[in-house]
Design a protein around this ligand. Structure first.
Ligand code: NAD
Ligand code: GLY
Length: 360
C-alpha cells in the first residue's frame, strides 16, 4: 500500500493510495476504528460505491449503515447537516463512533462538518471518489457548508483520521467532473512545484486516459504538495492561503453563476484571472500565462465563460471569507512553482481580469 503521512501532531493521519477498496478494513483496524460506523454519501455515489463499501465492512464485523443526502453543491447547506446529524442519532452513533465520508468534496466537507459538531466532535474517515476530492478537499481538515450564496462560510477545521484514495473510482466519474478536479491538481503545480507542473504537461494523455499507474503517481505527488502546505500552517494563518490561488475570482464566479459551472472550472478561470492581473502588473510574464492556458486547454478547460456583469461577480467577492479588514485577499503568480499573497488588488484590476475571462 502506497501511503503518505500527514504530520499534524495529535491530528496526524495517513493518506492511502490504492486501486481498490480491498485494504480499507486493514487500514480501519490500524486506526482502531470503532464497530459503529455511518457511511455518509450523496444520492449518486450511494448507487455506485456505498453498497460495496458497506458489504466489505459488514463482512469483517463492523456495524455499518449508509445515509445519503441529495447530490450537488446546491444541497451543501445546514439543512443537509441536520439530516446527517439526525441519521447519526437514529443509527445510535455515540462519542466513539465514526463517520465515513464517501463521495466528492461536497460529501467530504459535509460529513466532516457533521463529524466536527456531532456530540462536540467524533472521528471521521475520508474516502474521496472525485478527482477534486482525491487531490484537494479530503486532505487538510477544512469542512463546512455554504449559506446565502457565500461559499463554505460556515465550517470547522476537523482533520480526518484516515484518507483512503481508490483511484479506480475515477473510472465512473463524468468527464466534466474529471476536468474539474484537474483544476486543483494544476493549481498545486503552479503554486509550489514546477517539476510536478512539468509532469502534468508531459503526461496529459496518460492522465486523461486514466492510466492507473500515472493516476497513482499524480495522486501521491499532488497530495504531497497539499500535505506539506497544511503541515506548515494547519489553520490558515499564513502560508496555507496560497492554496486559494484562483479561488478569489473562482468562488465569486461559481456563486454568481448559481453553480452552473463546476468548482474546478471556476478555479481554472480564477487562475487565469490572477495571472492576468500579475501580467498587467509586470510581476509575471505573458508567456507563462500562455503556457498555463495551453495546459488548461489540454486538460479540457474552457478558457473563457459566459459571465454575468463584472459588478455582480465583484459583489460576490465582497461576501468571500478570504477578506481581511475589508480588503480582498488575492494570491498572484510570480512564476511556475511560486506565488505571492496580496491585498492591494484594485477594483479596476479585478474588473479587467473579469473582462479577460469573459466570453465576448
Ligand atoms: P461533488 O462532491 O458535488 O461531486 C461532483 C459530482 O460527482 C456529484 O454529482 C457526485 O455525486 C458525483 N460523483 C462523485 N464521485 C463519483 C464517482 N466516482 N463516479 C461518478 N460520479 C461521482 O463535487 P466535487 O467537485 O468533488 O467537490 C466540490 C466541493 O469541494 C465544493 O463544495 C468545494 O467547495 C469543496 N472543496 C473543499 C475543499 C476543502 O479543502 N475542504 C477544497 C476544494 C474544494
Ligand atoms: N483548498 C484550500 C485549502 O485546503 O486550504
Amino acid at each position: 500500500m502506497d501511503r503518505l503521512f500527514v504530520d499534524l501532531g495529535n491530528n496526524s493521519y495517513d493518506i492511502c493510495f490504492s486501486d481498490s477498496f480491498g485494504s480499507l478494513p486493514d487500514e480501519l483496524k490500524k486506526i482502531n476504528a470503532p464497530k459503529k460506523l455511518l457511511i455518509v454519501t450523496d444520492s449518486n455515489v450511494k448507487g455506485l460505491y456505498a453498497g460495496e463499501v458497506e458489504n466489505l465492512l459488514r463482512g469483517v464485523g463492523y456495524d455499518c449503515s449508509v445515509y445519503a443526502f441529495p447530490a450537488g453543491e446546491q444541497n451543501k447547506n445546514m439543512e443537509a447537516i441536520l439530516g446527517i446529524c439526525g441519521a447519526c442519532i437514529e443509527n445510535g452513533l455515540d462519542r466513539k463512533s465514526m463517520i465515513i465520508a464517501l463521495g466528492g468534496g461536497v460529501a467530504g466537507d459535509m460529513a466532516g462538518f457533521a463529524a466536527a459538531i456531532y456530540m462536540r466532535g467524533i472521528r471521521f474517515v475520508q474516502i474521496p471518489t472525485t478527482l477534486l476530492s482525491q487531490s484537494d478537499s479530503s486532505v487538510g481538515g477544512k469542512t463546512g457548508v455554504d449559506l446565502m450564496g457565500s461559499k463554505n462560510i460556515l465550517g470547522a477545521f476537523h482533520q480526518p483520521s484516515l484518507v483512503y484514495i481508490n483511484v479506480s473510482t475515477l473510472k465512473t466519474l463524468p468527464e466534466r467532473e474529471f476536468v474539474s478536479g484537474m483544476g486543483e491538481v494544476i493549481k498545486h503545480g503552479i503554486i509550489r512545484d514546477a517539476e510536478f507542473y512539468r509532469f502534468l504537461k508531459e503526461n496529459s494523455d496518460k492522465v486523461r486516459s486514466l492510466d492507473t499507474e500515472v493516476l497513482m503517481e499524480m495522486a501521491k505527488r499532488n497530495c504531497g504538495i497539499k500535505a506539506a502546505v497544511v503541515e506548515c500552517d494547519e489553520k490558515e494563518n499564513g502560508l496555507r492561503a496560497i492554496l486559494n490561488f484562483g479561488h478569489t475570482a473562482g468562488h465569486a464566479v461559481e456563486s454568481a453563476l448559481g453553480f452552473e459551472l463546476t468548482h474546478g472550472e471556476c478555479v481554472g478561470l480564477g487562475m487565469e484571472a490572477a495571472f492576468y492581473i500579475a501580467v498587467k502588473r509586470g510581476t509575471a510574464d505573458a508567456e507563462t500565462l500562455r503556457d498555463v492556458e495551453a495546459v488548461l486547454a489540454e486538460y479540457g478547460f474552457a478558457l473563457k465563460a459566459k459571465l454575468p456583469p463584472a459588478e455582480k461577480i465583484y459583489s460576490f467577492m465582497q461576501k468571500d471569507k478570504k477578506k481581511s479588514e475589508g480588503k480582498l485577499k488575492f494570491v498572484l503568480p510570480v512564476r511556475i512553482g511560486e506565488v505571492m499573497q496580496t491585498s492591494d488588488v484594485s477594483e479596476a484590476e479585478i474588473f479587467g481580469a473579469i473582462e479577460y475571462i469573459s466570453e465576448q
